[in-house]
Design a protein around this ligand. Structure first.
Ligand SMILES: Cc1cc2nc3c(=O)[nH]c(=O)nc-3n(C[C@H](O)[C@H](O)[C@H](O)COP(=O)(O)OP(=O)(O)OC[C@H]3O[C@@H](n4cnc5c(N)ncnc54)[C@H](O)[C@@H]3O)c2cc1C
Ligand code: SF4
Ligand code: SF4
Length: 337
């Protein structure tokens, strides 16, 4: 029997060393559905039911190990290669957009033109801000889910199993932070028989710039609710720009220094060096453009085709103005940490 590395190696090399990013790729591809994340606070690596096709029944597998980005060496690139760096914004109003709404506009156009049949991303409960991994299959739903979720207690790629295996979608867009993008790219390039159906179903990978994300319980319950007396239901929008900015539902605004929320940063983020989602087709962020715009790094021909189509159909407006130095400063800081 071919000896692949299984969840036991993943546990030893990643979970037990606090290196897990929480991307959910291993959970998604396990054919035995044996891996899962605990609902309990501050447990931040997958767990196993103890059953493994290869370890228990000698059926060749190792799917989980194959897709884990944390078993691969660090990429020696800061911003990576790209075709174009541009500012962009949606031509139509997107109520909950984070920056220029460009990511939502691109995905809406993708549905309209038939380029995509599903989007894997993160949404949140509007009351508790608790994040949820979600498969979106139409444009109406997509509009509802614009905006960034900085809380993380959700394995994003978990919903991919439903999309690929249950619903048999073939043109899936993945939206995620760089760790999620790395796992999605591993799926797309893998020749492993159990991973190929996943890779062949992913059409486009959109990465979000990322410095860090936060454990839900530590940030929302311990720090904001208990220390600052800001319960989740009074918050209308969160943003992280050198500090945690909170727009509250009564119209007021407050900021909390990053120092005060540092303990909520996930362990897996502390070892992460990819700011700009090097493995994406298109990366998107707020730094580098004015308020109301999204910075886009277009990296691949597929990404370029999505952008060109969205511009031609009048969904997306581009502006050449971007501050490369500002993006590089953040990317270098993360790379060198
Ligand atoms: C955890 C996190 C950290 C970030 N850190 C930075 C930073 O340091 N600097 C910077 O310039 N930009 C950062 N960004 C990116 C920025 O907040 C915006 O997402 C980006 O500018 C795109 O804006 P938009 O208006 O075009 O997106 P929108 O049109 O608002 O669409 C956003 C899309 O992203 C999806 N989404 C939201 N949160 C998540 C998530 N956690 N995982 C997967 N999908 C998600 C939504 O479902 C939606 O489809 C971060 C984003 C996240 C989620
Ligand atoms: S980084 Fe992703 S693939 Fe690796 S163990 Fe964590 S959840 Fe699984
Ligand atoms: S810093 Fe961002 S990209 Fe890196 S592990 Fe954390 S959430 Fe993922």
């Amino acid at each position: 029997m071919k000896k692949n590395k299984t969840y036991l190696a993943l546990k030893e090399e990643v979970w037990d060393r606090n290196l897990c990013s929480g991307c959910g790729a291993c959970v998604s591809v396990c054919p035995a559905d044996a891996l899962f994340f605990s609902e309990e606070s501050e447990v931040f690596a997958p767990l196993s039911s103890g059953y493994c096709k290869q370890e228990n029944d000698q059926v060749p597998c190792g799917a989980c190990y194959e897709v884990c980005p944390r078993t691969r060496p660090k990429k020696e690139e800061i911003l990576g290669s790209y075709i174009q760096l541009t500012g962009a914004k949606s031509k139509t109003e997107i109520a909950h957009k984070q920056s220029g709404g460009a990511v939502t506009a691109l995905l809406l156009n993708g549905f309209l033109e038939g380029f995509i049949d599903g989007v894997i991303t993160v949404t949140e409960d509007m009351w508790t801000h608790r994040p949820v991994s979600i498969l979106i299959t139409n444009s109406g739903e997509l509009m509802e889910h614009a905006g960034s979720r900085y809380n993380w207690s959700v394995p994003v790629l978990k919903a991919l199993k439903t999309a690929v295996i249950t619903k048999k979608l073939k043109k899936i867009a993945i939206v995620g932070t760089p760790c999620v993008v790395q796992a999605a790219r591993l799926m797309k390039t893998s020749s492993h028989d159990l991973i190929k159906p996943y890779g062949e179903s992913i059409r486009i990978i959109i990465g979000l710039f990322c410095t860090e994300s936060f454990d839900y319980y530590t940030l929302m319950e311990k720090i904001l609710k208990n220390t600052h007396n800001i319960p989740p239901y009074v918050i209308s929008k969160m943003d992280v720009k050198g500090k945690l900015d909170l727009n509250l539902k009564d119209g007021s605004f407050t900021s909390i220094p990053l120092k005060e929320i540092e303990e909520a940063i996930k362990d897996g983020c502390r070892v992460c060096t990819d700011f700009s989602a090097l493995d994406s087709d298109i990366s998107a962020g707020s730094i580098g453009t004015d308020t109301g715009w999204t910075t886009l790094i277009i990296r691949t021909d597929e990404g370029n085709q999505f952008i060109t189509s969205a511009v031609h159909s009048n969904s997306l407006e581009l502006s050449g103005i971007t501050d490369l130095d500002a993006i590089m400063r953040l990317a270098e800081k993360k790379y060198n940490k």
